[in-house]
Design a protein around this ligand. Structure first.
Ligand code: NAD
Length: 262
């Protein structure tokens, strides 16, 4: 199914984890992709080659730091210049830090809000005018189960992800009579480097093996007791980009093994 042939997607934070899974899924559906995120130059070059040869699409890369508004605007310009247009924007880049609110380092709060929330505003602001001009666009914001419910020690992350769900609704309403849609995906636990760090921290803190920390993490929140996968998140992103999803607007769709059903 190459239903996204001729479309161009920008996926932020796509050098790893969920973003990379989404980039693969969009490319498999035929979209040209502009990758973004941190990493070593040779590893990023390998990713570009892999995606391009596996899926027969054009793959660019922009190293914009999502905490820098001017670099985000430049990334959208770069994608438009190199790949011709931006039809699909996936705001995925994100970071995590955990601490009780009264001990939360101010600079960590600022960074999480900037990268997990404000970056999406800047990217949407830069990309939306051309989508409206062509009367077709898809904006997919990667929020979290933490965009819908809270957990202790995640004040900045939960605030940012709830904010991202709110931003998603506003953009969906403002574009409601157009061919542009905006939705959020709310993953539960997905085993990526971001979550592996939380598992490793827990194992160290509780003096338990990593495998046990992994099981405990799932048992606490995710009724399925299984991780969701980047490929599953990617498949939902592709569906949201399809014509079948044209009337899904302003939704926050959980992929969380039942986490938010509790
Ligand atoms: P990850 O650490 O594997 O990947 C994060 C990506 O963002 C990387 O490509 C990294 O280079 C990039 N990034 C980080 N800071 C950046 C910056 N300042 N500028 C540009 N790129 C930057 O993490 P992941 O688990 O794949 O997370 C992706 C998104 O999914 C995040 O928004 C995260 O909050 C969300 N999410 C993850 C989970 C999970 O369980 N893994 C659950 C819910 C939501």
């Amino acid at each position: 199914m190459r239903n996204l042939e001729g479309k161009v997607a920008v996926v932020t934070g796509s050098t790893s984890g969920i973003g990379l899974g989404i980039a693969h899924a969009l490319a498999r559906a035929g979209a040209d992709v502009m990758l973004n995120g941190f990493g070593e130059a040779p590893a990023i070059a390998r990713l570009r080659d892999e995606l391009a040869s596996e899926h027969g699409v054009r793959v660019g890369y922009d190293g914009a730091d999502m905490s820098r508004p001017e670099q985000i605007a430049a990334m959208i310009e770069h994608a438009t210049a190199e790949l011709g247009r931006v039809d699909i924007l996936v705001n995925n880049a994100g970071i995590q830090f955990t601490a009780p609110v009264h001990e939360f380092p101010v600079e960590r709060w600022d960074a999480i809000l900037a990268i997990n929330l404000t970056a999406a505003f800047h990217a949407i602001r830069a990309a939306l005018p051309q989508m409206l001009e062509r009367n077709w666009g898809r904006i997919v914001n990667i929020a979290s189960a933490h965009g819908l419910v809270a957990s202790v020690h995640k004040s900045a992350y939960v605030a940012a992800k709830h904010g991202l769900v709110g931003l998603t609704k506003v953009v969906a309403l403002e574009t409601a009579t157009t061919g542009v849609t905006c939705n959020a995906i709310c993953p539960g636990w997905v085993l990526t480097p971001l979550v592996q760090k939380q598992i490793d921290d827990r194992a160290a803190r509780e003096g338990i093996p990593v495998e046990e920390a992994k099981r405990a993490l799932l048992a606490e929140k995710q009724p399925s007791q299984e991780f969701a996968t980047p490929a599953q998140i990617g498949a939902l992103a592709v569906f949201l980009c399809s014509d079948a999803a044209a009337q899904i607007r302003g939704a926050a769709l959980p992929v969380d093994g039942g986490w938010t059903a509790q």
